[in-house]
Design a protein around this ligand. Structure first.
Ligand SMILES: Cc1ncc(COP(=O)(O)O)c(C=O)c1O
Length: 405
């Protein structure tokens, strides 16, 4: 049976952490425990808990109180537990929790660490759904927010002094403009302000960037994207190094019922095994796409942190292993030309989402970021966002050249 060791590297953990052979059959892949409830050996005699309750399979009966074993799959499920243990290992956290979507994870985090009346700093460039959550849902719950340019640590420090936030929410690289925030610098800002720092690590994935090691308190993922990697499952995750906070998050997740199902966990886990090799190819392909676009007359500006003239290039080089697979660009011909380009590709599929093996193209202002129209997070109408997949790079470059011609 493969057993992980404390010195194992990322790729080894991706394949083995939380995924030891099934004890009853020897199956080398964790089975899909498609089950809602579990037989108990006498009242309260729950079975299972083959891993530590701190990280897997515990049954939350209240914040901070964990009992080993399984009683009901909203609370704990072995397949979900395998994914959670793997994600915790990959992010270097004490514990991970898997959710039905990235938005469910975000909502759980904010409602757990904040109370009505609290204030949150959010990025002025972020996924539109995150803004919508703060602006349309959590504002009605009594939370106030203030958008800040998270690539400017001094601006975040000033906003923290002015607003005394409970939480500082960061995306890096940001969606869709690929801005870079200095996670280590913002961790210091958060600590000095008595705030928690949450980092949405969806664009980078833990293979390229590990925010907890840089001082973040919680990592947020839409596992729908690079972690799942195949555009066939929606999910989310929270990872933290703080076991007490993790217990509070697990309590809220169980109380609200926002966990993902076992088949979704299994699909995500299967995707995670190849995360490293996929990310290497995503990065290599995106670098070539960005270089081609940077020299194309129809392109006014390329947003890719791997380009030396990107304002966040040095910070990205310091805190990321690679620059990722997402590239945005502003079309020199304006909004109509940007929309037309999105409709002219052959291999880049016109669609929302990102991080799958297949390349996608979209127009953020009318698609993923339509919900930020008229807000401080509004995105340029001439912006095109690419999720560069792992197809043959010559085919991808040719596809874009034809669409831009
Ligand atoms: C950066 C980022 N965070 C969070 C989310 C939300 O995740 P989900 O769609 O899985 O709910 C998305 C979705 O696109 C995203 O791009």
């Amino acid at each position: 049976m493969a057993q992980i060791d404390s010195g194992d590297g990322f790729e080894t953990l991706a394949i083995h952490a939380g995924q030891e052979a099934d004890p009853s059959t020897g199956a080398v892949v964790p089975p899909i425990y498609q089950v809602s409830t579990y037989k108990q050996d006498g009242v309260g005699g729950v079975r299972g808990g083959r891993r530590s309750a701190a990280n897997h399979g515990g049954v939350a009966s209240g914040p901070g109180r964990w009992v080993e074993g399984y009683e009901y799959s909203r609370t704990a499920n072995p397949t979900r537990g395998s994914l959670e243990e793997c994600l915790a290992a990959l992010e270097g956290g004490a514990r991970a929790l898997a959710f039905a979507s990235g938005m469910a994870a975000e909502d759980c985090l904010v409602r757990t660490v904040c109370r009505p009346g609290d204030h949150v700093l959010i990025p002025h460039d972020a996924y539109g759904g995150t803004y919508r959550l703060f602006d349309k849902v959590l504002a009605a719950w009594g939370l106030t927010y203030h958008p800040v340019p998270v690539s400017d640590a001094d601006a975040v420090r000033a906003a923290a002094a002015a607003h005394a936030p409970r939480l500082i929410w960061v995306e890096t690289p940001t969606n869709p403009l690929l801005s870079i925030a200095d996670i280590g610098a913002l961790a210091q800002v958060a600590r000095a302000a008595g705030a928690l720092l949450a980092v949405d690590n969806t664009f980078a994935s833990p293979y390229l960037q590990q925010p907890l090691a840089l001082g973040a308190d919680v990592v947020v993922h839409s596992t729908t994207k690079y972690l799942g990697g195949h555009s066939d499952v929606v999910g989310g995750a929270l990872v933290t190094g703080d076991a007490e906070l993790a217990a509070r998050l697990a309590f809220a997740q169980n109380a609200v019922g926002s966990a993902g199902g076992p088949f979704d966990a299994w699909l995500t886990l299967r995707g995670v095994k190849t995360l490293g090799v996929r990310m290497d190819r995503h990065c290599a392909n995106a670098a070539q796409v960005a270089a081609m676009l940077a020299n194309h007359p129809a392109v006014a500006r390329v947003c890719y942190p791997g380009l030396p003239d990107h304002p966040g290039h040095e910070v990205a080089a310091k805190q990321m292993r690679g620059f990722g697979g997402m590239v945005s660009f502003r079309h020199a011909g304006g909004a109509d030309a940007a929309v037309a380009t999105c409709g002219r590709t052959r291999l880049f599929t016109l669609g929302e989402s990102l991080g799958g093996v297949e390349s996608l193209i979209e127009h953020p202002a009318r698609m993923t970021h339509a919900s930020v129209a008229g807000s401080p997070l509004e995105v340029p109408a001439d912006l095109v966002r690419l999720s560069v997949g792992i197809e043959n790079i010559d085919d991808l470059l040719e596809d874009l050249r034809v669409a831009l011609a």
